[in-house]
Structures are given as C-alpha cells and as structure tokens.
Design a protein around this ligand. Structure first.
Ligand code: UDP
Ligand code: MG
Length: 324
C-alpha cells in the first residue's frame, strides 16, 4: 500500500474548465520537486461547465488526485473547508485554481514548515492584472478588518497558505457556518509566518468572485471577528448626549437670563439630542449582549491546546504530544 501523503494540496474549483489542465500540470510539476508523497484534492463547488468531467479524466490517469463534487455551489470557503477536512497530509496547502497564486511558492512554504512553522501564509506584495476597484476594495477591507479586531489577521493575505495538520485539526473544532477561513486560521494561533509573492493575472477565464460574493466574504470576516459595528451606535450616542447636554445648559442659562419661554426650538433640540443619545447608547449596550450571544452560538472552543506535557489522558480530538 502506498504511504500516506506528506502534503495535501487543496484546490477549490468553480467553473474552471479553462484552467484545470494547466493547473494540474503546474501543481504536479512543483509537487514532484519535493520528492515526497503528496495528494491533490480538487473540490468541485457545483461547477456548471465541464470542470467535473475534466478532473474525472485526470483522476483516471493519476491516483494522487482526489475529487470531491459538491451537490451545488456552496462557495469558496465551504470548498476549502471540505478540502481540509478530507486532506490526509501532514501539511495542507490551499491554493486557488487559476494560477494567480504561483504554485512554485509552495516550495518556499514547505521550507518554512520544515523550519518548524505551523502556518505559512502567502503575503501579496503586488497584484497583477486585477482591476483598480478590486485592488482598492481589497486593500481597504483588510485594513478596516484589522482595525476592528483584537486578533491579528494579517493584511493582504488570501487563503493561499500552508497549514500543519494540527492546525487543520484545530479548525475542525470550529463548527461555525459563515466561515472566514483565513480569520479562523489566525484565531487558532500556533507558530505563524509568511512568504511574499506577486499575485499574477488569472491564467484564463474570469473571476468567480463577483461583488456580491466579495461583500458576503467581507461581512463574514467582520461579523465573525468584531463586535465594533454593534457598538457603533453607542459611540454616536455618546457624542449626541454630549452635544445635547452642552446645548441644554447653554440654552437654559440664556433663557433664564433673558426670561425667554422654554418652548423654543433650541431647547427642544437639546432635549432631543439627549434622548437620542440615551437611545443610541442603549442600543450599543444591547449590541454588547448580542455580541455575547453570537459568541455562544458560534460554539467556538474557549481555547486550543497545542500540546500537553507529561499528561496521560488521550481523550478528545486534539492531538496530544508527549515530550519526555
Ligand atoms: N471558487 C469556488 N467557489 C465559488 C467561487 C470561487 O470554489 O463560488 C474558487 C475558484 O474556482 C478559484 C478560487 O475559488 O479557485 C478563487 O476564485 P477567483 O479566482 O475567481 O477569485 P478572485 O481571485 O478573482 O478573487
Ligand atoms: Mg483568482
């Protein structure tokens, strides 16, 4: 029987008939350079073109290639999650199918893994052949997300990365549905580093990420890792309350000195601002509670154990290393 794969390369596919043969060729060429055992796991995410039959043909010729066919389009993040779940390798590499992520960078990632890093993500230093809109929105999104979260999600990195098997096992403990995988990988921790690369132009075909899918991913990223939008109203509320109180004091003093009736527009406005302030602050407080409800429903574990020393209980799904 063939030995278990050392490396699993996970490739999500959605209508990629124009690139699949070239991607297969490049990936096998690069992975053969490692001189170690590997598998390539293609996830066909409900493609409507000939992607499925093309990969099936490849599978007939090459037993290292696996294919998971989804029953419909479940999305990129679901596809890479499925790939990581069935991957058998000691290290798992996730890469896009369109050769925008250069396969030869995998060798650099493997080098870092062998140095002892458990997550090696690809950091895009330059993006070629993408629209200004895509580059700008993506640049802005990563920075907004970073400013909103307390965990360190690196900017300008996609899902192109290598993860050690124990990181994959840890990800299995996170059952949430609206997955932002690159954020989850940051969340689980472990020894992380990066390699830089130039993101190339798509080999062929068009982007499978229209604005609607990009927005969904961005919202998943922000809502899964930040409460800040929930307490945004509280910040506005505090400002409103502050202005309202100043106005109230100012107007009241003026009205008392000048003996003006309190039924004037400035006085009513100040009361209004104070009330709005209270309402918005209450909404922010509600947001805090909703945030906590979100945490409970996400059902993430409280912590991830890397290893336990001199402890004999092997129960649970976590890999436990014994160090003498
Ligand atoms: N993809 C997928 N399901 C989708 C959309 C995309 O599996 O619903 C795959 C796609 O085939 C590719 C990767 O996800 O391998 C990234 O997609 P794409 O290159 O179109 O995104 P972009 O690089 O334009 O952001
Ligand atoms: Mg692409």
């Amino acid at each position: 029987m063939e030995d278990k794969a050392v490396y699993s390369v996970v490739v999500p596919l959605y209508n990629e008939e124009l690139v699949i043969n070239e991607t297969y060729k490049k990936l096998t060429w690069v992975m053969d350079c490692t001189k170690e055992n590997y598998e390539i796991v293609f996830i066909n995410d409900g493609s409507k073109d000939s992607t499925k039959s093309k990969v099936q043909e490849i599978c007939r010729e090459d037993s290292k290639i696996k294919l998971v066919n989804f029953s419909r389009n479940f999305g990129h993040q679901a596809a890479i999650t499925a790939g990581m779940n069935i991957a058998e390798g000691a290290a798992i590499i996730v890469i896009d199918a369109d050769l925008q992520d250069p396969p030869e960078v995998i060798l650099k990632m493997i080098g870092k893994w062998k140095e002892g890093y458990e997550v090696v993500y690809g950091k895009r230093v330059k993006r070629e052949g993408e629209t200004f809109f895509k580059k700008f929105t993506s640049m802005a999104f990563y920075r907004v997300l970073k400013s909103m979260t307390t965990i360190d999600i690196p900017v300008d990195t996609g899902d192109f990365r290598l993860i050690d098997r124990k990181v994959r096992n840890a990800l299995e403990l996170l059952p949430e549905k609206n997955r932002y995988v690159r954020g989850l990988v940051s969340w689980v921790g472990y020894k992380q580093t990066f390699v830089e690369f130039v993101r190339r132009e798509r080999f062929a075909g068009e982007s499978k990420y229209p604005l609607s899918k990009m927005m969904k991913l961005a919202f998943d990223g922000i809502t899964a890792f930040s409460y800040k939008p929930l307490i945004f109203s509280a910040y506005i509320g505090v400002i409103s309350l502050f202005i309202g109180i100043i106005l109230f004091i100012g107007v009241s003093i003026r009205d008392l000195i000048k003996h003006i009736s309190l039924l004037n527009i400035s006085f009513i406005l100040s009361i209004n601002l104070i009330m709005c302030g209270f309402i918005l602050i209450s909404m922010g407080i509600l947001g805090q509670y909703i945030g906590r409800i979100m945490d409970e429903t996400k059902d993430r574990p409280l912590y991830i154990v890397d290893n336990i020393i001199n402890y004999k209980n092997t129960q649970g799904r976590q890999e436990i290393k014994y160090i003498k």
